[in-house]
Design a protein around this ligand. Sequence first.
Ligand code: NAG
Ligand code: NAG
Ligand code: NAG
Ligand code: NAG
Ligand code: NAG
Ligand code: NAG
Ligand code: NAG
Ligand code: NAG
Ligand code: NAG
Ligand code: NAG
Ligand code: CA
Length: 581
Amino acid sequence: MRLNIGLTITTGLSTAAAVTLEELCTTTYAASKLPAAGTYQGITIDQSSVITTLTSNFAVQDNTFYADATISYCNITFSYTHDGRDDLVHVAYFAPDPSAFQNRFLATGGGGLAINSGASSVSGGVSVGAIAGLTDGGFGNFNTQADAHFLLANGTVNWENVYMFGYQAIHEMTVLGKAFTKNLMSVSNSTKLYAYYQGCSEGGREGWSQVQRFEELDGASVGAPAFRYAHQQIQHLYSNVVENTLDYFPSPCELTAIVNATIKFCDPLDGKSDGVVARSDLCKLKFHANSTVGTSYYCAASAGGGGGFGPGAGQPTPEQKGIVSAKAVAVAQTILDGLHDLQGRQAYFSYQPAATFADAQTKYNNATGKWELSISGLGGEFVTRYLWLQNTSTLTSLDGVTYDTMVEWIYDLWQMYEDSLQTTWPDLSQFQASGAKVLHFHGESDNSIPAASSVRYWESVRSVLYPSLSYNESSIKLQDFYRFFLVPGAGHCGANSGQPNGGWPQTSMQQLIDWVENGVAPDLLNATVSLGSNKGQNQKICMWPLRPMYSGNATVPECVYDQESIDTWHYDLDAFKLPVY
Ligand SMILES: *[C@@H]1O[C@H](CO)[C@@H](O)[C@H](O)[C@H]1NC(C)=O
Ligand SMILES: *[C@@H]1O[C@H](CO)[C@@H](O)[C@H](O)[C@H]1NC(C)=O
Ligand SMILES: *[C@@H]1O[C@H](CO)[C@@H](O)[C@H](O)[C@H]1NC(C)=O
Ligand SMILES: *[C@@H]1O[C@H](CO)[C@@H](O)[C@H](O)[C@H]1NC(C)=O
Ligand SMILES: *[C@@H]1O[C@H](CO)[C@@H](O)[C@H](O)[C@H]1NC(C)=O
Ligand SMILES: *[C@@H]1O[C@H](CO)[C@@H](O)[C@H](O)[C@H]1NC(C)=O
Ligand SMILES: *[C@@H]1O[C@H](CO)[C@@H](O)[C@H](O)[C@H]1NC(C)=O
Ligand SMILES: *[C@@H]1O[C@H](CO)[C@@H](O)[C@H](O)[C@H]1NC(C)=O
Ligand SMILES: *[C@@H]1O[C@H](CO)[C@@H](O)[C@H](O)[C@H]1NC(C)=O
Ligand SMILES: *[C@@H]1O[C@H](CO)[C@@H](O)[C@H](O)[C@H]1NC(C)=O
Ligand SMILES: [Ca+2]
């Protein structure tokens, strides 16, 4: 039979089965290649659940994480249950044309409260010659968010779903996906199948959840991970609590004026006047927000927008004009200083200067003509649903909420979800010993997850793995398998329209593959400008802890060691007695 011939002629690099994509993309063929029973203990695949859909000449275009390409693929889905549990989990695997398959499997994650990114990551995976998988986590269907079934009833957590979201579902999808890939593409037992992970934000947290626990991957590309979950999610409310505490609710335009003035002052500190703050650390050291008091600002009325995630997001905004007030600067500076308890001990850190104040967005009350509190939807749900276990995502009020209340919320969520969602286990010895690599990056002007959050984790891993080595010696050792890059000017998991000349590492997967398969470790991350008049320009990004310094308009920086700058990224979180990894 043709399929068996496919198996026997498989040698060396040419591992593709002798089937066409059209032949592969039938339910009969796909069902005959499902992972064998017992591939994953406790999982039973529904053999009759297979669905295949062929898509030809699909354009991967302006994808955040993959270069432009035209691909054909088969979307193969099936479902499984956990023995002893009455559940149903759906997985989807995008398979390339067998002639384009390059012995790769790619697991992908989601964003926000979604456990997958729909077609975007998996189609990108196909473009690099991988079979790429995603899961619905067992939450219903591929579009169901994790919070939809987070509670079984008010007060009762659906812990199975929490652990599925936390790490289990991606792990299962990966193990099944690797076995399925080998069967589907007739990869011989002697041929190495490379397994990768790619994700950003919640997808970045999911990536770390795998790296910290399992040895299924050869490489992971993780951006701006939403890890240190308890701290991270409550951080989304911090800006609102600052506004409430200082009793000042700046208009979006007044905050933008402060950001614009910050960019103007700090842009040249990196040696290049390009509208990009590539050294937000020098900005922290040299810029005083109070210098913006009195700056005049103007924003035309708009029919929608306003940004943010609160109830005011997307509402029409009136014309805004005035001069930046001392109160607005106090709000901005207190936000940038990060959460401190009422005794002045630091509990968390904040966004870098030059990031926009997304969490601080207010809403306009057309009846009173005033700007009012707009509680961050991302932060609010973690209090109502994840902490209070109430079936609602809306936190209606911050009355009586102090900085100490926030510290308590963090502490309680941390205890509740330490082993499922917190995701900052710092001992990566097992992943390291397996020979796998992790490429981690974070937009320096991220307005949703502080860039310092990633720096802190890199530092936790460094100090836990190499407690007796010097900073320099341990940094170099860590870089053998874990490399971290701050992306100048970039926002949350993408380029930033406020600093459009900053490049974005769109081809990080390609560099990871080159590291894993060819031993080419990236000293500089490859980046491409995706916005503005320099669109298409190639740039290079320095590897932490080195920091960029440019001469004139160079696109390749000198990567310098600057202790005073490095120190600005490290915080003593003395509001907690336990170490915060
Ligand atoms: C893959 O196919 C399934 C079944 O038809 C469908 O529900 C799902 O939306 C498809 N996935 C993507 C990412 O297109
Ligand atoms: C939570 O509320 C939604 C509607 O907002 C409802 O569909 C769902 O069944 C409720 N879940 C529980 C566990 O009460
Ligand atoms: C690979 O090895 C397994 C068990 O070691 C065996 O069952 C299977 O037939 C082998 N597959 C191929 C394609 O040789
Ligand atoms: C901020 O800068 C941007 C880009 O230069 C500009 O479009 C916007 O009008 C400025 N806004 C304010 C309030 O200064
Ligand atoms: C501005 O802030 C800096 C640093 O906090 C301080 O040294 C300086 O005195 C302040 N200037 C004014 C005018 O308040
Ligand atoms: C405020 O209300 C007036 C009168 O109803 C309306 O014309 C205007 O568009 C509203 N403005 C905003 C920003 O909603
Ligand atoms: C569950 O909590 C929500 C939010 O507090 C509330 O609206 C709803 O009525 C509660 N449901 C039950 C069944 O108590
Ligand atoms: C660490 O290495 C940097 C160069 O990467 C060097 O400038 C610095 O002096 C070194 N620090 C120590 C303590 O050796
Ligand atoms: C680096 O990015 C450029 C576009 O800026 C692209 O042409 C090139 O292929 C990328 N290199 C690698 C190794 O991915
Ligand atoms: C850098 O580019 C800008 C804009 O293209 C130009 O005005 C400036 O003269 C250039 N600076 C140097 C040092 O080449
Ligand atoms: Ca600059």
